[in-house]
Design a protein around this ligand. Structure first.
Ligand code: 13P
Ligand code: SF4
Length: 364
């Protein structure tokens, strides 16, 4: 989805790092408790140092919702996270995303029109009342609302197993979007096989499947993926094991299943942080997730060898769009009484998206 960020004025784009740092510091001090800055774990260090709270996507939205004091929530993360924060915060709070082009390529792989078309197509060949839609947190508010309206729920990478188990107690089949890997990895964990899980390609008629496949499968997995996590390959695991005997391989469930199957541990961003914290001094850990988090973990654990499973740096390019210049621009705007890059979700969408989020919270 194209979201156009206006180019920053020269006073930001040409400013030195030192100038931007002192301007951010001053604006933050002027705004005081009227503003809270949230930093997702994948943010670069330059930005992360200003965050009042660090966390994963859902954790940060909840922090924003629990903070009734701040009028402004500056979300240093990507678009779907800022939308979730807007859904969960009170009406008097406004959420700002420093760069509107900070989207998520995976979230953009499922749009509401394609999901509605898929739903109608599935309904032509099977009892739709027995199909439960589940969306990963990494999706637009419109998809969360779709799921809320159709009796489904949101899941995150930490609770996908519980949410899918719940869904299969209410129906026979899941339409899971947008990340096929999280769906497949969780399906395997629950004992399902390839025969039970079929990829739904939204560009093809009936998802590229035949009627029997749609009827007989338990998981219809949307053909979406994360370009950052899909880069990790079996060869990387083999090389890490060869070069660092005894290494612990810890990967995110957005990685492909062949990598997950070889890893020692698999879990969400939060899980990975805890796994590194819990490892005894001297442990080597090869991490399959976004590079800024890996680098931060390495710096925070000098007594352990923490490195990226992929030796070639693989940042999330959209997370990387947030920098000090954009942060200074939104903060100085607030000081001047101008709200820049506000992210809003309309009332009807927000209401149904909240239903889907609350269902998830009841399940876990
Ligand atoms: P978290 O939900 O763990 O924050 O992950 C978000 C994400 O974008 C993973 O790629
Ligand atoms: Fe999206 Fe992948 Fe970036 Fe996460 S790491 S925000 S899933 S593109």
């Amino acid at each position: 989805m194209l979201r156009l960020q206006t180019p920053l004025p020269d006073t930001y784009s040409s400013a030195t790092p030192e100038d931007l740092a002192s301007r951010i510091e001053r604006a933050k001090a002027t705004l005081g408790s009227r503003v809270v800055i949230l930093g997702h774990h994948y943010q670069r260090e330059e930005v992360m140092r200003w965050a009042d709270h660090r966390g994963d996507s859902f954790g940060l939205s909840r922090l924003a919702a629990d903070n009734h004091e701040a009028e402004y929530v500056v979300f240093c993360g990507v678009h779907f996270m800022a939308e979730s924060a807007d859904i969960l915060t009170a009406d008097h709070q406004q959420v700002l995303l420093p760069d509107l082009n900070a989207g998520c390529s995976m979230a953009d792989m499922a749009d509401i029109d394609s999901v509605e078309e898929a739903w109608e197509a599935v309904a032509q060949v099977t009892d739709i009342d027995r199909v439960v839609p589940i969306t990963y947190m990494n999706s637009s508010a419109a998809l969360k609302a779709f799921v809320g309206r159709h009796g489904g729920a949101v899941c995150t990478s930490s609770n996908a197993r519980a949410v899918i188990t719940w869904a299969l107690s209410r129906g026979d089949k899941l339409l899971f979007f947008p990340d096929q890997h999280l769906g497949r990895n969780t399906g395997y964990q629950l004992g399902y096989t390839d025969a039970d899980m079929k990829v739904w390609n939204p560009r093809l008629e009936l998802g590229g499947l035949d009627e029997r496949q749609v009827k007989e499968s338990t998981f219809l997995l949307w053909k979406g993926h994360c370009s950052v996590h899909q880069r990790f390959k079996v060869e990387h695991v083999e090389a890490a094991r060869r070069e660092q005997p005894g290494v612990q391989v810890v990967v995110h469930p957005e990685c492909a299943h062949d990598v997950v199957a070889l890893a020692d541990q698999v879990g969400s961003t939060d899980y990975i942080i805890k796994a590194v914290d819990a490892a005894p001094p001297g442990t080597s850990l090869a991490i399959g997730t976004e590079i800024h988090l890996v680098q931060r973990l390495a710096a925070e654990h000098p007594d352990k060898t923490v490195f990226s499973l992929d030796p070639l740096i693989c940042p999330c390019s959209t997370m990387f769009r947030i920098d000090d210049a954009h942060l200074a621009w939104v903060l100085e705007g607030l000081v001047d009484g101008e709200v820049r890059n506000r992210i809003t979700v309309d009332a009807d969408t927000a209401q149904w998206a909240r239903v889907a989020l609350e269902r998830m919270l009841e399940i876990v």
